[in-house]
Design a protein around this ligand. Structure first.
Ligand code: OFO
Length: 181
């Protein structure tokens, strides 16, 4: 019997599930790097509150990554430190940054739903249950990203518009940290 087969006999985590979870580790790690890069651009451009929002978001994504990372190992699998490459460093506007965030979060939601669907279909109820935290988190993250983007239409970007949007992003950040948004 090969070493890999012995290992998989000593756990209930299926190889396919482990692969999907490791893919999600990579996605969360990339999210963290992507948001850190956006935070840096915002900071450099003087959008202080947008930068604060994104520095926090980058930290949260790393926490999301680590939660799955530990789960894989605790379930008898092997969590893989992902390669993080192709991170974009420059953006055309503050609005573009927030458009990209919403687009990215929707992709993450789809990936999470795919893992939940898979876990249910193979009767891996431990993983199914573990992933419920991510289902709720994605609902909140999508809502928050949508609210952030809506500020651009509600306030408008002319005159002091961008400054005001940055102030409102700071409030959204603070409310989220306090668990209100
Ligand atoms: Fe990990 O929730 Fe955003 O991407």
């Amino acid at each position: 019997m090969k070493a890999k087969e012995i290992v998989t006999l000593q756990r209930s985590l299926l190889v396919d599930t482990e692969k999907l979870l490791n893919k999600q580790v990579e996605m969360e790690g990339k999210s963290s790097a992507y948001y850190l890069s956006m935070a840096s651009w915002c900071h450099m451009m003087g959008y202080e509150n947008a930068a604060k929002y994104l520095y926090t978001h980058a930290d949260e994504e790393r926490m999301h990554m680590m939660k799955i990372f530990r789960y894989i190992n605790e379930a008898g699998g092997h969590a893989m430190q992902p390669e993080i490459t192709d991170i974009r460093h420059n953006f055309n506007s503050l609005r573009e940054v927030f458009e990209l965030i919403l687009e990215h979060e929707i992709k993450v939601t789809k990936a999470i739903n795919n893992i939940v669907d898979h876990a249910f279909s193979v009767k891996d109820f431990a993983t199914f249950s573990f992933m419920q935290w991510y289902v709720t988190e994605q609902r909140e993250e999508e809502t928050m990203s949508r609210r952030a983007l809506e500020l651009f239409d509600i306030i408008g970007e002319d005159g002091v518009g961008l400054w005001t949007i940055d102030q409102e992003l700071g409030k959204l950040h603070d409310a989220s940290v306090q668990g209100e948004a």
